[in-house]
Structures are given as C-alpha cells and as structure tokens.
Design a protein around this ligand. Structure first.
Ligand code: F6P
Length: 326
C-alpha cells in the first residue's frame, strides 16, 4: 500500500511581528516530528504567487527564535486581494501538492486566508501574529508584548527630557485602528492620558485634565496617542491643541521601531505554542481555524470570528490610565 506524505506549508503575511520566527520554527519542527514534509513560503502571499516555496528541514529554522522580523519575509499583496490572484495561488498550492497551509499574520492576512479557502481545497490554519493585538476571538497576538516593551523603553527616555524642560509630550504609537498598544503603553509609562480610536471627541476633556494637573503642580506630561485615532495622528492633534486651546506640546512618533527587535520571552513562548498547536489542528483535520488564546488557554477558533471586526478595548483600562496618571 502507498501512502503519500502529508505536505504542509507556512507563510508570514502583513506587518512583521517579533515572535513570528518562533511560531514558524515550531510549526516546521512539529510538522517534521509528525512525519510531514514541511515547506516555507517566502514573502507572504506575493511570494506564493511567485512560487517562492522551499522544502525546509529542522536545521533550516535553527538560530532564529531570538531574531526579530520574519526569516520568511512578508508582504502586503494587492494581487492576492483579487479573485484571479487567489485562484492562481490555489492552483500553485495544488500543483505543489500542499495539503495544508498555515498563515501567520493579522486580520487582513486571515481575511485573505478565508477567501482563499473558497478556491483552495486543502486545510487552512492561522496563527495570530501582529503587534496590534486587535484580533477578535483571541486575547493575544504574537508581537504585542515586545512592541509594548519597546515603546515603554522609548517613553521612559522621553520622560527624562520632558521632566527637565517641564514639557508636554504627545507620543504616537502604532496600532492602526486599535487602541490596545496605546492603552498598555500608557498604563506602563504612567502617562497622564491616552488617545485611542475607540473613544471619540476626547480633546476637550484631555485639555481640561492637563490643566487640572498643572494646577495641582504637575510640571510635565506624557500623552500616548494611538496612530489611528479620529484627530489624525499626534502631529495633527498637537496642532489642534495649540490652535484651539493654546496648549503647546512636543511630538514624538515611535513608528516602526515598535515592530523590530529581539522578541520577548512571552512572544517566544506563545509563538512556539501556537506554531506547534497549528500542526496539531491540521492533524485533527481542522480547517479555517486559528490558534486562539481564550481564558489563557490555547484553543481553536474560527477564522470567521477573527475577521468580524476589531477586538474591543476595556473602557475600565482607559479610566485606569487617567486615574493613576492624575
Ligand atoms: O499591523 C501592524 C502595523 O504595524 C500597524 O500597527 C500599522 O498601522 C501598520 O502595521 C503599518 O504598516 P506598514 O508597515 O505596511 O506601513
């Protein structure tokens, strides 16, 4: 009797996140341990369309667990967003006899995976990898912990100069349309306030709180601003505050520094756990699911849930930042 070896492949897609390497490494090694043939697809969906697919050994993923970025490379593919692009990708996977595909990425990558499942007959499993931690259905996405640590490290330095000069600083952090990074960073830095997309019309209240703080003797201030908030980023917000309220501030945009660097042990642990779990889900014949953290446990959740919107923030967290930063 002839049994063909199960062939699995992994790709990273969208914004890179620290810990993606740990996840891909665990996926490849667990797959090989299981007796599967493991493949890496380079440069995300764009690389899939370019047939950048390579069979990998356990040794090929050595020495990467401590590296930021993703050894597979990544992309934001416009071609894959089209029906023709996805059909082409499905044809390539079929021709390469890939039985199951693991996609490590954020909500956009998961949406792409779900759409691919309409034309690709193999199994699809996702691993949530984005610094934003904004995916519904999971309490954690790989990369968030490291990104928050990096932003906190940077703001601790900004605070020194803010204090020396008695200045107000608006520090912009990443997070697209989500305030998750901003909230954790603000709380960790002892920021006076936080501006997030989930909360509308915040400026007047914020200015009032800053003035009250000054009356109470506060000489400087840090406000953490999520890039995707209504007022259009920290620069625009600073201009509005000066023009409409006569309040001067300095702006610091942390940007992509938050995406890079050595992954924290938390991201390595959860990257490894999720990478390994993805192979188990494949073995159990699951498809269109992702490795989710629910109640601190690792469970399968439907990709449909992950693309249903933005994970909501806890309003208590916003309140907490203001109470402890007052
Ligand atoms: O999704 C991760 C993220 O870093 C967001 O926080 C940010 O808005 C976006 O990616 C930036 O994307 P790019 O690197 O493509 O400009």
């Amino acid at each position: 009797m002839y049994y063909s070896t199960m062939k699995v492949a992994v790709l990273t897609s969208g914004g890179d996140a620290p810990g993606m390497n740990a996840a891909a490494r665990a996926f490849i090694r667990r797959a090989i341990w299981e007796g599967y043939e493991a493949h890496g697809i380079y440069h995300g969906y764009e690389g899939l369309l370019a047939k950048e697919i390579k069979k990998l050994t356990s040794r090929d993923v050595g020495m990467i667990i401590n590296q930021g970025g993703t050894f597979l490379g990544t992309s934001r593919s416009e071609r894959f967003k089209t029906d023709e692009g996805r059909q082409e990708a499905a044809d390539i996977l079929k021709a390469k006899k890939i039985d199951a595909l693991c996609v490590i990425g954020g909500d956009g990558s998961f949406r792409g995976a779900l759409n691919l499942s309409e034309v690709y007959k193999g199994q699809i499993v996702g691993i949530p990898g984005t610094i934003d931690n904004d995916i519904p259905g999971t309490e954690y996405t790989i990369g968030f912990d490291t990104a928050v640590e990096t932003a906190v490290w940077a703001i601790d330095k900004i605070r020194d100069t803010a204090l020396a000069h008695g200045r107000l600083f608006l520090v912009e952090v990443m997070g697209r349309n989500s305030g998750q990074i901003a909230l954790s960073v603000a709380l960790s830095c002892g920021a006076e306030d936080v501006v997030i997309p989930e909360e509308k019309n915040n400026i007047e209240g914020m200015v009032k709180r800053i003035r009250e703080g000054r009356e109470k003797g506060k000489r400087f201030g840090i406000i953490v601003v999520a890039e995707g908030h209504d007022e259009g980023g920290a620069i625009k917000l600073a201009q509005t505050m000066e023009k409409d309220y006569g309040l001067e501030s300095k702006v610091s945009i942390l940007g992509h520094i938050q995406r890079g660097g050595t992954p924290s042990s938390y991201d390595r642990v959860w990257g490894s756990r999720m990478g390994e779990a993805a192979v188990r889900f494949i073995k159990n014949q699951y498809t269109n699911v992702f490795t989710a953290m629910k109640g601190g446990q690792l469970v399968p959740a439907y990709l449909k849930e992950a693309v249903s919107g933005i994970r909501t923030v806890e309003p208590e967290m916003v309140q907490l930042v203001r109470i402890v930063g007052s």
